[in-house]
Write a protein that binds this ligand. Structure first.
Ligand code: ADP
Length: 501
């Protein structure tokens, strides 16, 4: 249904004010389940807007870094409580702009709530170290210090959770922020910022500039006043971000693609493994960096698994995520839908067996959205492109294997290293798998998705660059270790020299 009233126009948030962008270009935030519906109109900002935001963050840093962390935490506690109150409204907004079903958008807002409470708690911790000095009458400790202005570039698939993973630890550590959210899902980030503003965050501490990657994202990376950058998105753009950060030696956190696997051993609880493969593969329409886009199944149970898995996938109801009967929503945009359709062709040409799906869904009301059938390829070879490349859509490739060692080789034989899972009731295989899988996250008897906010999140190989988000690991990225020595001996004491006989 076309929007009856004119869609709301939004502004950037700079120095504690909602301000017009310098230019007049805008970006329409449209519902991917119904392209006729404009959820909001957002600025397409440029480098001048970013420069203003960076300047505001730089100015605000002096005071914010000296605000006691427990005081910063009080703002976060209030923000978490407002998010709890507004969870349902924000989840609905998110489904309208992003497409995933309400149960999942509620989960996305909940993740932001969890992260906000977690980091608020860190306001009274942020522990450092105290260590004995090697010299007498000398005291040694290491404390966390704020880093400066944090630049953040976020994707559309978790439009409130991912910004919260970056904003909350950055704030509690005493940094100020310039954030550019994804152009497809600005409203959810706007809602998060609104809550922080209402909770009393001082002006300039958090600045949000809407726009596309090259015009509004790239200037953050080029700014000499931005100290660190956190990026979540594609490996392709991650490489651009990494290169752009290098000349000014910015600390840079990258969270990129995945080609995650569920391994089903012959002793697995098959009912559980099948349910998990459906959820891991088709939750969020497969548009999670942790989505289980590969399922490797032991040949002894392969036929049974495939038959029952495909049967379940066929029953998934695709539609508008606001409809409680819907199991799976649309792809985020036309480009993503085209990518899915391209990979379906690639899979067919490579000789994989198309067991179900394989087409765009455009009958009736679905024609207004970017819907695609849940798709399963079976009898795949691990080297096929559909088993190697990230598709980011509702396509799962099933690969048969003969032995545990072969399964681990298949799992590790990709360029990514985010999440992997094994279904087995053999404790020895479970332990060997968690040791040998080359991913940042391993699940035993659970799907590849479902990260909890108080544990580190991130991946190896082309998924990440060694940093972790969430948990206490996030504090390591958003603070600098400062080592402090107090010498109260009243004489010159030389380390490594005067303590040696
Ligand atoms: P995805 O489409 O999976 O979200 P992208 O990597 O394309 O992944 O986008 C992630 C974020 O990176 C978005 O906010 C996007 O606007 C931003 N982005 C895209 N290109 C650039 C670029 N050249 N420089 C900085 N940011 C960019």
């Amino acid at each position: 249904m076309p929007t009856a009233v004119a869609p709301k126009t939004f502004k950037n948030y700079i120095d504690g004010e909602w301000v017009e962008p310098r230019g007049t270009r805008t970006i329409e935030d449209r519902n991917p389940a119904n392209r006729d519906e404009i959820v909001g109109i957002f600025p397409a900002s440029d480098k001048t807007d970013i420069a203003n935001a960076v300047e505001a963050a730089k100015q605000a840093f002096g005071k914010w870094r000296l605000t006691p962390a427990p005081k910063r935490a009080e703002i976060l506690f209030r923000a978490a409580e407002l998010l709890v109150e507004r969870k349902e409204d924000y989840a609905r907004d998110m489904t309208r702009e992003m497409g995933k079903v309400l149960a999942e958008t509620r989960g996305d807002v909940q993740e932001a709530i969890d992260m906000t409470y977690l980091m608020a708690g860190e306001g009274r911790r942020q522990f450092g170290h105290i260590a004995p000095s090697e010299l007498p009458d000398k005291f040694a400790m290491a404390v966390r210090a704020p880093a400066g202005v944090a630049g953040m570039i976020t994707p559309w698939n978790f439009p409130m959770a991912i910004p919260s993973w970056k904003i909350m630890p950055a704030l509690i550590c005493g940094n100020t922020i310039v954030l550019k959210p994804a152009e497809d899902t600005p409203l959810s980030t706007y809602n998060l910022v609104q809550v922080l503003e209402e909770s009393g965050l001082p002006g300039g501490v958090l600045n949000v500039v809407f726009g596309d990657g090259p015009d509004a994202g790239a200037p953050i990376l080029d700014s000499p006043d931005v100290t660190l950058v956190s990026f979540t998105g594609s490996t392709e753009v991650g490489r651009i971000v990494s290169k752009a950060c290098a000349p000014t030696f910015k600390k840079c956190h990258l969270e990129m693609g995945g080609k995650n696997i569920i391994i089903v051993m012959d002793d697995a609880n098959l009912d559980l493994a099948i349910d998990s493969a459906v959820w891991g593969g088709f939750g969020t329409t497969g548009q999670r960096c942790t989505a289980a886009s590969r399922v490797a199944v032991h040949k002894k149970v392969y036929r049974e698994f495939v038959e029952r898995f495909v049967e379940k996938v066929k029953k998934l109801r695709v539609g508008d995520g606001l409809d409680p009967k819907t199991d799976m929503g649309p792809c985020i945009n036309e480009q993503q839908l085209n990518t899915v359709m391209k990979y379906v062709e690639i899979g067919k040409n490579e000789g994989a067996k198309l067991a179900t799906g394989g087409h765009r869904l455009d009958a009736g009301a679905l024609a207004k959205g970017w819907f695609h059938e849940p798709t399963v390829f079976t009898d795949c070879n691990a080297k096929m492109r559909i088993c190697q490349e990230e598709i980011f859509g509702p396509v799962v490739a099933v690969i048969p294997f003969d032995s545990f060692d072969e399964a681990i080789e298949i799992a590790n034989g990709v360029q990514y290293g985010l999440s992997a899972s094994i279904y087995t009731r053999n404790v020895n295989n479970a332990f060997r798998a968690q040791r040998d899988l080359e991913t940042g996250i391993v699940y035993v008897n659970a799907p590849t998705i479902g990260a909890e906010t108080h544990l580190p999140f991130g991946g190896t190989k082309n998924t990440g660059n060694g940093h972790r988000e969430a948990g206490l690991a996030a504090l390591d990225f958003y603070s600098e270790w400062k080592t402090v020595y107090f010498d109260y001996s009243d004489r010159l004491q030389r380390a490594q020299i005067d303590n040696v006989e």
